[in-house]
Design a protein. Structure first.
Length: 259
């Protein structure tokens, strides 16, 4: 009986993930049609559940104020001037998040953003978003000499402090890791591995993924990392934490490093 319950749970999760994946692909098609009609879109998702965030307040610098619809989407007229525009997202229960969007030739470079729910100040949450391809990017969080949290290692650390909240294997993300406490005496590393192209170290699909990392801590958005462009390799070494401080690395590597 227990096995049948486990099989049913797996089927339900698979159906749910398939539904979300289809919704994301439909958004891509809708965005293309909207651009032809002179409109651009931004999409906002919950970093833990991956579900759209409705009724969020969105301010786009020099453009205006908007509210996300039931699909977590806001639409606005294509601005006359190509530029980087500051966006501020706020909603009760979520961390206020400020970032920039890049509009070039009437198109947004990347328009999907996963926002963290509010959390205790001592927590650290790392959120990975990317484009439709590659299908499977894996987030890795390592505490040197102690543990390695990822989908293909352990989903939760041996001390129960760090866990993989959400794994995504069909493109877009979010893929989210949360640590309830950072040890200031330890060294941590955060990396993204292109599992889809793991056997081709000369692949450039990772650098074309539009991958973005948002780091939430102290109940605020601390850092946003954009993947380097035009570099081959299947691993993105994003940052390390030493003495409790986040230090940017932001390098593409051909192989996954050892620590």
């Amino acid at each position: 009986m227990k096995k049948w319950a486990e099989y049913l749970l797996i089927i339900l999760i698979s159906c749910f993930q398939s539904s979300i994946a289809q919704q994301k692909k439909t958004m891509d098609i809708d965005d293309a049609f909207n651009e032809m009609g002179g409109k651009l879109s931004l999409h906002f998702f919950d970093a833990i559940t991956g579900k759209p965030i409705p009724n969020g307040a969105v301010n786009i610098e020099k453009i205006g104020d908007f509210s996300s619809d039931l699909d977590g989407t806001v639409q606005f007229d294509i601005p006359e001037q190509d530029d980087a525009y500051k966006v501020v997202f706020t909603k009760d229960g979520y961390i206020e998040s400020t970032f920039k969007i890049e509009i070039v030739v009437g198109t947004i470079f990347f328009n999907r953003f996963s926002i963290s729910p509010q959390m205790p100040v001592e927590k650290l949450r790392i959120v990975l978003d990317w484009d439709q391809s590659p299908n499977d990017l894996d987030a890795h969080f390592l505490k040197q000499g102690r543990y390695h949290v990822s989908y293909r290692n352990m989903r939760i650390s041996s001390d129960k402090i760090t866990m993989l909240d959400r794994d995504d294997m069909d493109g877009f993300g979010p893929e989210t890791i949360t640590s309830t406490k950072i040890d200031k005496e330890a060294v941590y590393n955060y990396l993204v591995h292109d599992y889809s192209n793991r056997n081709n170290p000369q692949s450039d699909l990772l650098c074309k993924s539009k991958a973005t990392i948002k780091v939430f801590g102290n109940n605020q958005l601390l850092y946003v990392f954009q993947i380097p462009k035009e570099i081959v390799g299947t691993t993105w070494s994003v940052f390390k934490i030493t003495n409790g401080k986040i230090i940017s690395i932001n390098q593409i590597l051909k192989t996954f490093p050892t620590y």
